[in-house]
Write a protein that binds this ligand. Structure first.
Ligand code: 2BA
Length: 117
């Protein structure tokens, strides 16, 4: 990918679970995708996850998405909701709620310009 051919270049942001990040990274590098990996945290669960940034040519987007799909597993997790504001003497019993996470949350952006300076 060079600065001259930014037309057709996409920027992919893929947020994946910590548990899947190493296998995904290895698979992507083995297929010669360039990537940046950032340690992030989900706003809802407030647990660590990993965000991958990848600049790719449009014709490799399908391959990239299938590698992500293959490596990122859907998991079930139980979370305890935050307690409500209560009046004195009220009693609240927190019940864990089941949430499904992943495989991956993926955003694809058009790239206007690509430069390596
Ligand atoms: P978290 O925000 O920690 O969310 C973890 C999981 O909790 C979500 O899984 C979803 O199943 C559930 N969840 C999130 N918000 C909820 C809510 N308000 N009520 C009930 N359940 C809720 P995923 O959808 O697979 O998302 C995994 C991670 O991907 C998220 O972690 C967040 O870091 C990122 N993400 C998901 N959607 C996003 C978006 N629209 N914009 C930015 N980041 C996003």
């Amino acid at each position: 990918m060079t600065a001259e051919n930014a037309a057709g270049v996409k920027l992919v942001l893929a947020i994946v679970q910590d548990e899947d990040a190493n296998a995904l990274s290895e698979s992507l590098l083995a297929e010669r995708f360039s990537l940046t990996r950032i340690n992030t945290a989900g706003g809802f669960l407030r647990e660590g996850n990993v965000s991958f940034l990848l600049g790719v040519e449009e014709d490799r987007l399908g391959q990239l998405l299938s590698i992500i799909r293959r490596n990122c597993v859907t998991r079930t997790q139980y979370v305890s909701p935050l307690p409500p504001i209560m009046e004195p003497g009220e009693f609240y019993m927190p019940y864990p709620v089941e949430v499904q996470i992943g495989g991956a949350t993926v955003f694809v952006f058009d790239v206007e310009r690509f430069e390596q300076l």
